[in-house]
Ligand binder design. Structure first.
Ligand code: PLP
Length: 398
């Protein structure tokens, strides 16, 4: 008989991927599904990056790459940190991985021992919890409130720290809430972290460029905690390169070396062609991202307008990323035409998929069971149509 490991049996399938699968299955039956479940830019990768990939192939970049990434790419990442974040790193501080996802996993597996506590700012990105579980750590969610833009405060962190606390994880701009930490908020967090030198922080900045507030601050910019911070970033969102699988981290040398060690045994260096293209992406600066951000901002404003007309949905104003994360608990307790009660966000997600043919993700996957996540990385007319369908479907509930 087939016996799978306890490790894999304890792991949950990614909810965002599960919902996308259901939506695809319905679409395959010929249903006109609007899928707002996936966290993926709807833009093509900019042409100059594609051209660099073609050139790399023609120039023969087809061999194994150095485990932590090509030296030129690590240098280009250092240049980016200096230019965008006023942070000085050397190539030895940088590890390029198969997406930011692997960079996060490398860091968690390098730092967390069984039983160690990890403070995860909630709502959180789906994979954080599972990565901590894989490392046999204990994730402790710290929850922000809608009124505070879902941002966890430094005081909450201070109160949750124990001698077993090993790591803090958050994203800013945040997936799923779109919240962006201000300089003052990060200064307060840095002050707490600095008092606890045994703690490290994974600052996930993958949505750095998709920011409507203007100022992106990196926690590592606070000198007193720079060595405690591991900054995560990548190409998927800012350069619309999800399929290329390139992400990276910056950390003190010892942590970077540990991540390189894990990676050397599990995947080796990421794709040669994608890495060459990533060098070109960084050399092009952020002009292509700025164009996409203008569209994301317009769509954010559009969905905020549309969601106002939906009774039972309450939302913060996302400052970045490309999601809307309304609290939908106002709908709980109502019943469908066929007599089923909508008791949870998961029930509502299923109802909306089947009745409105709109796919969203249950907030429980992000630690927020009162919420639904809608991706706003879709064409304006799709967003209009989706929220109109949702309005109509909800109006049918008793
Ligand atoms: N971190 C956050 C907050 C994300 O939303 C995502 C992707 O959805 C990732 C990391 C992973 O990105 P990558 O495609 O680089 O693995």
């Amino acid at each position: 008989p087939l016996v799978l490991s306890d490790r894999i049996n304890a792991m949950q399938e990614s909810q965002t991927i599960a919902m996308a699968k259901k939506a695809r299955a319905l679409a395959a039956e010929g249903v006109d599904v609007i899928s707002l479940s996936f966290g993926e830019p709807d833009f093509q990768t900019p042409q100059y990056i594609k051209d660099a990939a073609k050139k790399a192939l023609d120039e023969g970049y087809t061999f194994y790459t150095p485990v932590p990434g090509y030296p030129e790419l690590r240098q280009a990442i250092c240049d980016k940190f200096r230019r965008d974040n006023q942070l000085d790193y050397l190539p030895e501080n940088i590890v390029v991985s198969t997406g930011a996802k692997q960079a996060l996993a490398n860091a968690v597996l390098s730092l967390v021992n069984p039983g160690d506590e990890v403070l995860v700012f909630s709502p959180y990105w789906v994979s954080y919890e599972e990565m901590v579980r894989l490392a046999e750590g204990v994730s402790i969610p710290l929850t922000g409130t809608l009124e505070n833009d879902y941002k966890v405060t430094a005081a909450q962190v201070e109160a949750a720290i124990t001698p077993r606390t090993r790591l803090i994880m958050y994203s800013s701009p945040c997936n799923p809430t779109g919240a962006v930490f201000s300089r003052d908020e990060l200064a307060a967090l840095a002050a707490v972290v600095a008092r606890h030198p045994h703690i490290h922080v994974l600052a996930d900045e993958i949505y750095e460029y998709i920011n409507f507030v203007g100022e992106h601050v990196s926690l590592a910019q606070f000198a007193e905690v720079k060595d405690q911070v591991i900054t995560i970033n990548g190409f998927s969102k800012g350069y619309a390169m999800t399929g290329w699988r390139v992400g990276y981290l910056a950390a003190r040398r010892e942590i970077a070396a540990a991540c390189e060690k894990i990676q050397s045994q599990i995947t080796s260096g990421t794709c040669s062609i994608a890495q060459r293209a990533s060098i070109a992406a960084l050399e092009g600066g952020r002009a292509s991202a700025d164009e996409m951000v203008a569209a994301y901002r317009r769509r954010r404003d559009l969905v905020l307008e549309l969601v106002k007309d939906i009774p039972g949905f309450r939302t913060n104003v996302p400052s970045g990323a490309f999601y809307l994360f309304p609290d939908v608990s106002g709908v709980f307790g109502r019943t469908t035409a066929t007599g089923e009660t909508i008791a949870t966000a998961a029930d509502l997600a299923l109802y909306l998929l089947n009745d409105a043919h709109v796919a969203a993700v249950d907030g429980a996957a992000f630690g927020a069971p009162d919420c639904l996540r809608f991706s706003t990385a879709a064409a304006d007319n799709k967003l209009r149509e989706a929220f109109e369908r949702i309005r109509v479907s909800l109006a049918k509930l008793k």
